[in-house]
Design a protein. Structure first.
Length: 296
């Protein structure tokens, strides 16, 4: 069984979400990009360097945040980040200065002086993230960066990642199982299944529906609006949250919806373009992946 089979992939600038079920080959792909695993055939380059021969040069330009804890017991938070900077070739004093600067960016206050062994999951995630960016890499690989975080911490970290990409020009590859994270900040999506790239598309393309459609929320009497729209030969489906998804090939669909609301005496609260669910795209892509004898 091949961990990766015939991968042909180009990661663009911006933020790319790497998705796939367990065993799809995501971790192997990351290790290959880092030069920690050698491909058995074919060629691979990263940032213009050959992954077979120039792993050290690649790693010096990459910031890597692993999924598992990787701290050294007995170090304070700031010393752990400083140590990561020194491993990247930054002089000790400059590495300490940069560690404080990055921890300020990560909103680590006095707790930076505590031993990492005493940290919560959220604080250890901050340290891993700070260690990944202390040497100012041009490319970031983040493996499950929001795992174990509460909703507020998760949103804050996603904002920091988006800031690094949008304002500081970093390219980011995020491997995650949390699809809302991908929907929130990613520009492109790559889906691996059984060691192969099954999908590689801009997120905006995946969100686009095949026919013009809108999500309609009404203040009341949503069923009356649905009946009025169906009389206009418009496709209507009711969603679990009480909204309607309305689709039609007509370019005048918004006018049709407003007219139907007026005729049925329904007040529309919101009318926004509908989009495909990333979860549906993921499940469809993985489910449609054929299993061959080589995959077994």
């Amino acid at each position: 069984m091949r961990a990766l089979d015939g991968i042909d992939l180009e990661v663009r600038a911006g933020i790319t979400g790497l998705l796939g079920p367990n065993g799809a080959g995501k971790s192997t792909l990351i290790k290959l990009l880092l030069g920690l695993v050698q491909p058995t055939s074919g060629t691979a380059s990263f940032l213009g360097f050959d992954v077979r021969k120039q792993g050290r040069q690649i790693r010096s330009r990459i910031g890597y945040m692993p999924e598992d804890d990787c701290y050294i017991s007995g170090l304070s938070g700031v010393n752990a980040v400083q140590f990561s900077g020194c491993l990247s070739g930054i002089p000790k004093t400059e590495a300490l200065r940069r560690a404080h600067e990055i921890l300020d960016f990560c909103d680590m206050k006095q707790e930076r002086y505590r031993m990492i062994d005493t940290y919560s999951t959220g604080m250890r995630q901050k340290i891993k993230f700070a260690s990944a960016i202390v040497h100012d890499p041009e490319f970031l690989i983040l493996d499950e960066p929001t795992a174990g975080l509460d909703p507020e911490e998760r949103e804050t970290l996603l904002k920091r990642i988006h800031l690094l990409a949008s304002q500081m020009g970093k390219s980011v590859l995020i491997s995650t199982h949390i699809l809302p994270d991908v929907q929130a900040i990613c520009d492109d999506v790559v889906i691996l299944a059984q060691g192969k790239v099954r999908l590689c598309e801009p997120l905006v393309n995946l969100n686009r529906t095949t026919a013009p459609s809108f999500c309609v929320r009404a203040l009341e009497n949503i069923d009356q609006l649905a009946m009025a729209l169906e009389k206009d030969n418009v496709e209507v489906s009711k969603n679990p949250d009480g909204t309607l998804t309305v689709a039609s090939q007509s370019s005048e669909l918004p006018e049709i919806i407003w007219n139907a609301a007026f005729q049925s005496g329904v007040s529309i609260q919101s009318l926004i373009p509908a989009r495909n669910s990333l979860e549906e795209v993921f499940l469809s892509t993985v489910t449609d992946s054929p299993i061959t004898e080589e995959d077994n």
